[in-house]
Design a protein around this ligand. Sequence first.
Ligand SMILES: NC(=O)c1ccc[n+]([C@@H]2O[C@H](COP(=O)([O-])OP(=O)(O)OC[C@H]3O[C@@H](n4cnc5c(N)ncnc54)[C@H](OP(=O)(O)O)[C@@H]3O)[C@@H](O)[C@H]2O)c1
Length: 301
Amino acid sequence: MLRILVPGKTGQVGWELQSTLAPLGTVIALDRSGMDLANPDSIRRAIRDAKPEVLINAAAYNNVDKAESEPELAMRVNGVAPGIMAEEAKRLGAILIHYSTDYVFDGELDRPYNEDDAPNPVSGYGRSKLAGEQAIRESSATHLIFRTSWVYAARGHNFLRTILKLARERSELRIVDDQIGAPTWARAIAEMTAQALGPNGIDLDRAREKTGLYHLTAGGAVSWFGFAGAILAEAKGTLGKDLPRLIPIPTSEYPLPARRPANSRLDTSKLTRAFGLTPPNWEAMLTACMQDMQAETGNRK
Ligand SMILES: NC(=O)c1ccc[n+]([C@@H]2O[C@H](COP(=O)([O-])OP(=O)(O)OC[C@H]3O[C@@H](n4cnc5c(N)ncnc54)[C@H](OP(=O)(O)O)[C@@H]3O)[C@@H](O)[C@H]2O)c1
C-alpha cells in the first residue's frame, strides 16, 4: 500500500481526505502536534518518519483577517512550510499536493481567472499563500497545486455553518453582495484530489506527468448574499423557526481588516483538460453537503 501523509487532519479538507483516501493507501493523518508548520524541524522530522509516496498538505494558516496582524506567522505556515515540504518530498521522490486560494488575485478582472493570469494578492493571507506556491514551484519537486475557493463543510469554521447559526439567532441578516466566487465543498475537493491521483487508484507516473498548478473549485459562481439565500432555502423547515430576512449589502458596509477580491471566479478548464474532471456546480455541492448534514443529525437523534 502506498503511504499518504496528510498534515492538517482537523481541517475541513484534511478531514474529508482521510475517508476519501482510505481505500487508496495507508493514510497517515497528522494534527499540529504531529507536524507543526511553523516549525521547520517538526516538518522535516514528520516527513522523514512517515516516508510517504504522496504528501498532501491540507494544513494552512487560514484566518484571513488575523493574518493582517500576524503576517510573520502566516508567512511561516503558508509561505515557508510548503517549500520545506517540497524539498523533503523531492528527497523521497514523493508527490506533493498542496492547496492554494483565489485570494492570490486582486479580483479586478471581469472574467474567471485562469492559471496564466498574474497573481496580485491584496491581503497578507493572499501574499503568504502565493509565496507557498512559488516555493513549491521553485523546488522542482513533483507537485500538484490546486487553487480552490470559499471552502465549506459540515464541520469547521465556514460561511455555511455561520449562516445556519445566525439564522437560528436573528430575524435579519445583512450579507455582502458584491463579491462573487464559487463556494466549494471540502468533500468535493477531497474527491477531485483522489481522482487527480488516478481514476482507478493512485497512478504515480500519471500524476508526475501532470505536475503543475490547477484551479479546482465548484462550477458556477454566486455572491455571498446569493449563497446565503441558497443555504436558507435548503435549510427551510429544519431551523425550527421562520427564515430570517436577507438584506444585500456592499463590502463597504461590512469593513474587515483584510481586503477581499470582488471577483474570485477561477476558470477550471485546465483541470478538465488534464484530468478529465468537471467539477459539479456549487448548487449541487451545497445540496449534497446539507443532505449529508441532515442525515448526520438524523442519525444522532
Ligand atoms: N477555507 C477556505 O475558504 C479556503 C479558501 C481557499 C483556499 N483554501 C485552502 O484550502 C486548504 C484547506 O483549507 P481548509 O478550509 O480545509 O482549512 P481549515 O479548515 O482552516 O484547517 C486548517 C488546518 O490547518 C491546521 N493548521 C493551522 N496552523 C497549523 C500549524 N502551524 N501547524 C500544523 N497545522 C496547522 C489546522 O489545525 P488546528 O485545527 O490545530 O488549528 C487545521 O487542521 C488550505 O490550503 C487553504 O489555504 C481554503
